[in-house]
Design a protein around this ligand. Structure first.
Ligand code: ARG
Length: 421
């Protein structure tokens, strides 16, 4: 067995069961790009500070490029006995370039390294999700992008150089590594740098809110696509069938969007629960932060993609919608406003008019003027301009209302803002 990078004080090697249980390479290998970025920034800083030679730096940088190339070509063997992505890459670099690689971990711990990688990874993931949200181009998702960008700004501080938790006595330049990795500034406190997971809690919270929005949208569309409503027809290309019922055509992608929101919320709850009892600084428990985060990001991107695809493949059935509109006496409130009496009085009069319609099985607009006048003399001939859903909706004119003109204004705003042609 190969000696562990941390093996100096150990006389026995870990058992297979412990090795398998504690490894994170099976999932944190996803961080390889960001790990290499972080190591390059760190090596360049070490050379500038005179902590390693320029020629060692160049050997390290070239070696890391070669390792990245091999990983991407599928020519890299990830080893469980090397525990995690950090030690896999460092050990492979040592295999590749020898002595200079052993200097790379100067003034660095895996504790600040993993957080540097993880923050960089989350930063990229946020950019991918924001792009997906924009692609869906639904106004109700606008604040979701904003929440992610707020989170991105808050997470963009560099933990590198915090080392295990206490920083270092070596003359490192944390501002240089922070700058070269595109962070706003180094984190101010080394213990905070390795303890904090609020950046990812915030990220998964923003994802959970997006998931809830998509789930509600999914519920609405599933309902509208049902036989009973029939307001929308999803095209065959976004529907699936039943293995027993030949007639079935199901809006399964949106049912799954609704279902997968459970995972995204679960991922957040996993992370919250993980953090709740931890004392300060790094604890190995925190290695468990990666899988829920990766799952949340993968799931939310899938949900956004499929929702956009579904939205583009829906036909609205105007006729069916039109037929359903009169059902709920939607013009009753407009009618109450028409009366112009103290509102509670108007409410009562229209309530009695509706009761009349219910008993006669008709609409408000079917009531004769005489009948209306018998309820209250204020009713006049112009009342019929307020009745019927189409008339009623035109009367809504307050800012942001559902009146036709207001909706046209709102659409205009989004078309300009989202640059839709
Ligand atoms: N694989 C570990 C993680 O992902 C790296 C940090 C190890 N630090 C430690 N104190 N054991 O969190």
């Amino acid at each position: 067995k190969e000696t562990k990078l941390w093996g100096g004080r150990f006389e026995e090697s870990v058992t297979d069961i412990v090795e398998k249980f504690t490894e994170s390479i099976s999932f944190d290998k996803q961080l390889y790009k960001h790990d290499i970025m972080g190591s390059k920034a760190h090596a360049s800083m070490l050379a500038k500070q005179g902590l390693i030679s320029v020629s060692d730096r160049d050997i390290i940088l070239q070696g890391l490029d070669e390792i990245e190339r091999r990983i991407e070509a599928g020519d890299f063997v990830w080893r469980t006995d090397r525990e995690d992505v950090h030690m896999n890459i460092e050990a492979a670099l040592t295999d590749l370039v020898g002595e200079p690689a052993k200097k790379l971990h100067t003034a660095r711990s895996r504790n600040d390294q993993v957080l540097t990688d993880f923050r960089l990874w989350c930063r990229d993931a946020i950019d991918r999700i924001v792009a997906s949200v924009r692609h869906l181009q639904v106004a109700l998702l606008d604040r979701d992008a904003g929440r992610l960008l707020d989170c991105r700004a808050r997470l963009n501080f560099c933990p590198l150089g915090a080392c295990a938790l206490a920083g270092t006595g070596l003359p490192i330049d944390r501002f240089m590594t922070s700058d070269s990795l595109g962070f706003t500034a180094p984190m101010r406190n080394s213990i905070d740098a390795v303890s904090d997971r609020d950046f990812v809690l915030e990220f998964l919270s923003a994802n959970s809110i997006i998931a809830i929005h998509l789930s509600r949208l999914g519920e609405e569309w599933v309902l509208w696509a049902s036989e009973e409503f029939g307001f929308i027809t999803p095209s065959d290309s976004v529907s699936t069938g039943s293995s027993i019922m030949p007639q079935k055509k199901n809006p399964d992608p949106m049912e799954l969007v609704r279902g997968k929101s459970a995972r995204v919320i679960g991922d957040l709850v996993t992370l919250l629960t993980l953090c709740k009892g931890l004392p300060l600084a790094y604890n190995r428990d925190l290695q468990e932060d990666k899988e829920p985060t990766f799952d949340s990001v993968k799931t939310i991107i899938g949900m956004l993609e499929v929702s956009a695809e579904f939205a583009q493949n829906i036909t609205f059935n105007g006729e069916k919608i039109q037929k359903a509109l009169p059902a709920g006496y939607l013009d009753a409130t407009t009618l109450a406003d028409y009366l112009g009496l103290p509102f509670r009085t108007s409410h009562d009069i229209v309530g009695r008019a509706v009761a009349l319609c219910v008993s006669k099985n008709c609409q408000l607009q079917d009531l004769s003027l005489d009948l209306l006048k018998s309820l209250n003399p204020v009713f006049d001939n112009d009342v019929y301009e307020f009745l019927g859903v189409e008339n009623a909706v035109k009367k809504f004119s307050s800012y942001g209302s559902t009146g036709s003109a207001c909706v046209a204004d709102q659409l205009g705003y989004w078309i300009t803002k989202l640059e839709i042609n």
